[in-house]
Design a protein around this ligand. Structure first.
Ligand code: OFO
Length: 171
């Protein structure tokens, strides 16, 4: 069983991962409304990945005989006035999530909870990738997205993204 403070922090992170899924679904909905189905596809897959992250926290807690505390998921309540805004919001959100993963990591070290450290290793790496992917998208939008033809091509490219399950498997 995990120490209570560690369990509480992991439960909160589970909730943040579901919130991330919710935020990205809001963004996917925005792009669908705009007729940018490729961007909508990219963020729908982000939603699936975030749900997977939440489920990984759930499985980890359960595997360690620790109660899973489900909490309310706040509404994202975002409004976007141009197609670049959601990308910037997503990047800011990924940086925020990274800061929480790093807090969890530091706390696991402080408590000498090395099993949790090992579990979190995957998330530390994953956050690096998530930030890079989102930042790349912002940069590519800045390069091509203001021009209608460029936006069309970028959207077509993002339509080809496919969902793959996370490489971290817990059973
Ligand atoms: Fe869960 O990785 Fe993004 O937030």
């Amino acid at each position: 069983m995990l120490q209570q403070e560690m369990a509480d922090m992991l439960n909160k992170q589970l909730n943040r991962e579901f919130f991330s899924a919710y935020l990205y679904l809001e963004i996917a909905n925005y792009y669908s409304d705009q007729g940018l189905d490729g961007f909508a596809n990219w963020f729908t897959i982000q939603t699936q990945e975030e749900r997977d992250h939440a489920m990984l926290f759930r499985i980890y807690l359960l595997n360690n005989d620790t109660h899973v505390q489900l909490m309310e998921i706040p509404a994202p309540n975002q409004s976007f006035s141009n197609p670049k805004m959601p990308l910037e919001a997503a990047l800011e959100h990924e940086r925020y999530i990274t800061s929480h993963i790093h807090e969890l990591y530091a706390e696991a070290h402080r408590l000498k909870d090395f099993r949790t450290v090992q579990f979190l290793d995957w998330f530390v790496k994953e956050q690096g990738e998530e930030e890079k992917n989102t930042n790349d998208l912002v940069k590519r939008f800045e390069l091509f997205g203001e021009d209608p033809k460029g936006l069309y091509l970028l959207d077509s490219e993002l339509a080809s993204r496919v969902y793959t399950a996370p490489s971290l498997v817990l059973d």
